[in-house]
Design a protein around this ligand. Structure first.
Ligand SMILES: *Cc1c(COP(=O)(O)O)cnc(C)c1O
Length: 372
């Protein structure tokens, strides 16, 4: 046995260094600079959208996207309870009320049944969040949103290169958002993007990202925005990363296949669903949920794997169980048994792009050993 296998290792072996050097050579290092536009256009192209607005990270992308929809204080936004805090935080910071829905026990994604049960006369929007590698089954939820005239925000942070029934993830709803954190399929170190087809909304997103400076009277403000501008340095990485996206998707699917081969038939675990009738898994991460008859939980499994030199991460913790949201009075009477269970029994194995076949084998074997 050799060294520790980290949970993520990015791959930066394309034109990243060359494009970054170009920024330094030309002096274009701020949010002005040619790579920003190129990156925005490339992201929009991949998702089949009209506009891209680059920002500092995926959480801020959600903040600005929700803010820009201009909902009224107290309006309810349906979110999956099994997601990252950024989703609930964006809703709460916009003065809106998050309402959680449970997830499917096989795909870990929110379901139309959950959304239907969460609808109230105050519901104004649905935040769709695709989890871990498979998209949400979108069609029935989008139909419901149309029927009730609800805004749709699509968080596609984990879905670069994924499709839903052949249409790119990130192409759904009024706005979609992406993250470029190093464990995402396209990384800029830190970074995010908002996509939309709506020209007026794109103008508004650009303004809010840039402190709501006004074109004519720069320092007179009608509204409060953020400084959420991405740098040309980050966008340079992003352009190089998008060039690699087809290979990235291939590598991720290979990672899923290899883990599946090693773990086929192993008792005590649920592995990711490889395909549904609307998408093939893209394995943002290779995730595991322990069966109820395994006498320890996810935390203990991760501790034992750590002792064997295997890096892991826990599953998301449910939004309706977040101390900070409960203290603020949100999601208090909710209970979502599927999400509560997987949050306690789930974790993911090393899933980075730079993993070798040998490292995947070692990680899978370590999991088998702790289950034996
Ligand atoms: C990573 C992620 C985010 C947040 O992105 P950051 O760039 O880390 O702020 C938001 N939503 C989902 C689903 C994510 O996986």
């Amino acid at each position: 046995m050799t060294g520790f296998i980290p949970v993520n290792t990015p791959l930066l072996d394309g034109n990243e260094a060359e494009y970054l050097a170009e920024c330094v050579r030309t002096g274009w290092i701020s949010s002005e600079g040619p790579f920003i536009k190129r990156f925005e256009q490339e992201m929009a192209r991949v998702a089949g959208r009209r506009h891209g607005v680059a920002v500092t990270n995926g959480s801020v992308a959600l903040d600005i996207a929700v803010h820009a929809l201009g909902l009224e204080p107290g309006d309810e936004v349906i979110i999956p309870t099994f997601t990252i805090i950024s989703c609930a935080a964006a809703v709460v910071r916009a003065g809106l009320v998050p309402v959680g829905v449970d997830c499917d026990s096989a795909t870990w994604n929110m379901t139309v049944e959950g959304v239907e049960a969460a609808l109230t006369p105050r519901t104004r929007a649905i935040m769709l969040v695709h989890i871990y590698g498979l998209p949400v089954d979108l069609e029935p939820i989008l139909a419901l949103a149309r029927k009730h005239n609800l805004e749709v925000i699509e968080d596609a942070a984990e879905m670069h290169g994924q499709t839903y029934r052949g249409a790119p993830c990130g192409s759904f709803g009024a706005v979609s958002t992406f993250s470029f954190y190093p464990n995402k399929h396209v990384t800029t170190g830190e970074g995010g993007m908002i996509l939309t087809d709506d020209d007026a909304l794109a103008d508004r997103l650009q303004s809010v990202r840039n402190l709501c400076f006004q074109p004519q009277q720069r320092f007179i403000h009608e509204e409060l925005g953020w400084n959420a501008r991405m740098t040309n340095l980050q966008a340079a990485l992003g352009v190089a990363q998008i060039e690699q996206l087809p290979r990235t998707v291939e590598l991720k699917r290979r990672l899923g296949r290899l883990y599946d081969e090693h773990l086929e038939g192993v008792a005590g675990i649920r592995r990711p669903v490889a395909r549904t009738n609307y998408a093939d898994n893209i394995y943002w991460v290779y995730a595991i949920v322990l069966d109820d008859d395994v006498p320890f939980d996810g935390t203990e499994a991760m501790r034992r794997l750590g002792e064997k030199g295997i890096g892991t991460r826990p599953f998301f913790w449910c939004m309706h169980e977040q101390p900070v949201l409960r203290r603020m009075g949100f999601m208090l009477d909710e209970s979502h048994p599927v999400a509560e269970r997987i949050a306690r029994r789930g974790f993911y194995l090393p899933s980075g792009l730079a993993l070798t076949e040998d490292e995947i084998a070692r990680s899978a074997n370590a999991l088998k050993e702790i289950l034996a």
